[in-house]
Design a protein around this ligand. Sequence first.
Ligand SMILES: [Fe+2]
Length: 650
Amino acid sequence: MASILGISAFYHDSAACLVVDGEIVAAAQEERFTRVKHDYNFPVNAARYCLSEANLKAENLDYVGFYDKPLLKFDRLLETYLDYAPAGFSSFLKALPLWMKEKLWMPDLIRTELAKTGGEDDERAAKKLGKQFQWKLLFGDHHESHAASAFYPSPFEEAAILTIDGVGEWATSSIGIGKGNEITLLKELRFPDSLGLLYSAFTYYTGFRVNSGEYKVMGLAPYGEAKYVSVIKDKLLEVRDDGSLKMNHEYFSYSQGLRMTNGAFDKLFGGPPRKPESRITQREMDLARSIQVITEEVMLKMTNHVHKETGMKKLCMAGGVALNCVANGRVLREVPFADIWIQPAAGDAGGALGIALAIWHRYLGNPRTSPEAAGTWKSAQRNGNENGSNDWGNNSLTAYADGMKGSYLGPRHSESEIEKFLQSKNLPYKKYSRSELPGVVADLLAGGKIIGLHQGRMEFGPRALGGRSIIGDPRSAEMQSVMNLKIKYRESFRPFAPSVLRERVSDWFELDTDSPYMLLVADVAGTRRRKMTAEEEALWGIEKLNVKRSEIPAVTHVDYSARIQTVRRDTNPLYWEIIEAFGKKTGCPVVVNTSFNVRGEPIVCTPEDSYRCFMRTEMDFLVLETCVLDKREQPPLVETKDWRTQFKAD
Ligand SMILES: [Fe+2]
């Protein structure tokens, strides 16, 4: 018996995760509670929530794990500074106070902060209380935490492991093997050579925010041409056959400065970085395409190498780069692994989950029964609808069991909590029975309405998966620009993702496997595509955006690809039933799914967050469990200041 709290903090996307006797009970990112996107402060609120999910207090814990080793990280900063001295002096000085104040005193700090989860606000009293905690505090290696988050919750009994991110302590990528409850890391690529930092350098240069705009670069890539691939390969890096990189650091300044790229880089690509929020030109699209092409090549080489080196049939991945779902789709199709599984919280938030599971299995030596060994999962699900049954209600699929519970690991708000909130604010709503609700929502969707859907537990990780989502009709040609401009207040090129019934995925997409976490990209099925006219083919860049390319244009990217979420009834019954009802009504068992937030805002958590976001945008209806709110009936939202200034553009 053991209760273990995993923590990741102080770099990017702080999070907490509670594991009780090997089961992931709860996990959440701090940003959802503080409403500060990518909040990197100690996750007091997330930890408080995780403890409450199991009715525990901080003093009841047996172990607390931190996802990396601050001393080793400090060692890297110091050594890198010495390598580049005096060039990196200013960034070193800037980083130093935080290190002196917080990171090097981590054990004391963790104790004090966890004392605050019980409501103790006074710093001195919290410090005193923290000292009395009896639990043991352990620190993991950054990439070991990623590796543990990739393998332990996977369905596999044994698998190869690949982690790829910007940087942890020293490693920027690692490969290894997971078997039963053991993880062995075999090799690593070290700072400053890093696929993650390379991608981030182009994110910075194309005018987006590092550690958050990488997703936009990937979305922009299909509008561009891979014009810069040869110059990148000639000047910036060498890609070896095993996928490892040797970067030319004359062009990058992340080792010594606060910028990612330098004057030599500017010269190579014909000018300074694009100013954030200025117009995106064809150059940015071509750069995005080029770095995406390189990334895919590196990932294919890495995964092929891992396949050969380990002899494993299956692959698990984590680390921020594993969120590059376009590259993942290619790995699935082109590398001879029988199956791949990717941790949905692939970034540093997932490190909290990794360290907690690593303590349970590796440190405490507890056995792990994989769904594969237990017979609750089998690889054959890759072939989906095994019986060829088209009966939608009859779920003929093999159960999909991994340890993530669909990544629905965050807070749930009960019907009574929701009604109490709505009544306290005098907000008009209509309550439906659980069985009526899917049909009601499907009718609204078919009528072109855009709906905020808040139901069940909040998702852990960067993607909304039907728990805190905005949904719409994918058959509508205008839906993409309406949702981008009037709902999300973000760039019009940003693509939207489809949620599709798992049973029907191969009817609509060139994919016949589970993609429950929206981490695989595949093309829209040929039969669903629309042939372009010669004039449409000739369109360039962003002009291509408004051309109807398929029966589901709102989720079909300009290159016919889609970032797919497959939905199973056993994992998210209400969401599945809504899509099924919409499918029965329209013949299209697919909805548009985008995260429930506006640009720069963390995804909503509570009913209050959802209502506020609903009222600030042009969403038509809000579904809070079985309560449905019509925008036209709501009293005007009174706010003292313009909310657009609250969230920094991401
Ligand atoms: Fe990381």
